[in-house]
Ligand binder design. Structure first.
Ligand code: ZN
Length: 169
């Protein structure tokens, strides 16, 4: 494939691509780490209400990974694309919401940076694509575990299968 030849000819381009990919994925991991436990909890509440025959059983969880769009939890300001550029937006806005100036946790750029550095390390050390989703999944699992002491099956089971399949080779 042509892009592999380009990366082979220019290692710097490959490392830059790995860092950029890591930042984008890190940004998504922030959403996953924050929302997945809440989505699971909302789903459990629905199941419990359904079992109890409560009228709230009709209520579907409204939170998903894409809805509602990212917003400031303090003033509800919807985060625009330019305010959502990994690390750079945080630095540019000096770690505060552009509308209400409420402080944004430094954890978000730190997770983006960590994901970028680990993605680069995967490229440098293993040079295999399959180690990337494994690394990203482990970052998400570690932080969700830290926050909630949960390890969501929706992440751990796919990783288990990837690991088992990889062990064949
Ligand atoms: Zn705000």
């Amino acid at each position: 494939m042509q892009w592999i030849e380009v990366f082979n000819a220019n290692q710097g381009l490959l490392y830059g691509f790995a860092l950029a990919l890591g930042l984008i994925v890190g940004s998504f991991l922030n959403v996953l780490i924050l929302r997945l436990p809440r989505i699971m909890e909302a789903s459990w509440r629905c199941e419990c209400a359904e079992l109890a025959g409560s009228p709230t059983a009709e209520t579907q969880p409204v939170l998903s990974l894409t809805r509602p769009p990212s917003h400031c939890p303090s003033c509800g300001h919807r985060i625009r694309a330019l305010e959502n550029v990994a690390i750079l937006s945080y630095l540019f806005m000096r770690g505060r919401c552009s509308t209400c100036r409420t402080r944004i946790s430094p954890r978000y750029p730190l997770i983006e940076g960590l994901t970028a550095v680990l993605t680069l390390m995967v490229v440098l050390r293993w040079q295999t694509l399959v180690a990337m989703p494994l690394t990203w999944g482990l970052i998400a699992l570690a932080l969700i575990d830290f926050d909630t002491q949960l390890l969501p099956d929706s992440i751990s089971i796919p990783l288990l299968w990837v690991g088992l399949l990889c062990s064949l080779f």
